[in-house]
Design a protein around this ligand. Structure first.
Ligand code: FPP
Ligand code: MG
Length: 302
């Protein structure tokens, strides 16, 4: 994500950081510093940026409750990454050692559980059924997406299954945060935008992440780690289709990078970005709407 796209909301994003820090200090334990370091250093907070830019594009100021929703969304996102790194046996995230690699799996599992519990406790304070329902649905959907992925390990899946899993494990959190920033301020008229924009932006985001795993530009995790973990992503699906391969283990991974599968995957990513962009067409001309559109365009830069 280019820094320029979020310059106009740097004040609001700092407030999200402050909120995260306050929530974690209020629920202090020996992992607090690790959590703060993991969540605040190196994260682009793209979910918060999408939510804040959407709120401001519609002409609202960001309320304290909306800032809290963003903070809770970021905490959940990071809890899911802590768990994801255990599942993927990853040693590095955002260029730094993961919690599982430094403190072991037991601490990392419980650390992630703790963060989820903190978020649940904080969510109850809103006393808002729409927010609670949306978040609880998201917890279920996220886990379901990850469990499906585990069940399909080392298997070739269809594009439809890949998109379904990606919507669950990634787009669902974008949708939830976006929906909840409107729900917490009783702005029902924007729910439809939230669900649709979150879905399409989230899908493009995951496809981009999956394509980057086949490019040397990937800085966040080792290149080809998805394949090594038996995870079937879009480049593999297109490559297998092209070569008529029916067995995941028969994929010649070195060929995928230089095949047309990468370009075809980028086209699918662009398709979802364009749907997200169409949803912003009704925004009146303002710097926040422009920034949100830039954020979409950033996803096309692979
Ligand atoms: C990163 O995807 C991981 C996710 C999008 C979701 C992970 C969800 C869980 C582990 C379920 C637990 C849920 C909660 C609420 C804690 P990736 O592996 O494709 O991306 P990466 O490249 O960042 O590793
Ligand atoms: Mg992963």
């Amino acid at each position: 994500m280019a820094q320029d796209s979020t310059n106009s909301i740097s004040f609001e994003l700092k407030k999200v950081d402050e909120k995260i820090r306050n929530i974690l200090f209020e629920n202090n334990n020996f992992l607090t510093e690790n959590f703060i370091d993991f969540i605040l250093n190196g994260s682009k907070k793209i979910r918060s940026a999408v939510a804040i830019l959407s709120v401001k594009s519609f002409g609202y100021d960001v309320s304290d409750e909306q800032t809290t929703i963003c903070a809770l969304g970021e905490i959940i996102h990071n809890a899911s990454l802590i768990h994801d790194d255990i599942v993927d046996k990853s040693d590095v995230r955002r260029g730094k050692p993961t919690l599982n690699s430094t403190l072991g799996n037991s601490v990392a599992v419980l650390g992630g559980d703790f963060l989820i519990s903190v978020v649940l406790k904080e969510l109850l304070k809103f006393n808002n059924d729409n927010v609670l329902r949306r978040f609880s649905n998201m917890f279920l959907t996220l886990c379901d997406g990850e469990i499906n992925q585990l069940g399909e390990k080392n298997q070739l899946v269809s594009i439809e299954k890949y998109l379904e899993k990606s919507e669950k494990k990634t787009a669902e959190l974008f949708k939830t945060i976006l929906f909840s920033v409107f729900a917490v301020d009783d702005l029902q008229k924007h729910f439809d935008f939230a669900e649709k924009f979150g879905k399409n932006f989230g899908l493009a985001f995951q496809i981009r992440d999956d394509v980057l795993n086949y490019c040397s530009k990937s800085t966040d995790k080792p290149v080809l780690s998805d394949y090594e973990n038996g995870i079937c992503t879009l480049p593999i699906i297109f490559y297998a289709e092209e070569k008529n391969i029916e067995d995941f283990c028969k994929i010649k991974i070195s060929e995928v990078q230089n095949s047309s599968a990468v370009g075809k995957s980028i086209e699918v990513c662009e398709k979802f970005v364009n749907i997200a962009l169409d949803l912003t067409a009704d925004f009146s001309d303002n710097q926040y709407a422009d920034a949100l559109k830039n954020l979409c365009q950033d996803l096309k830069r692979i």
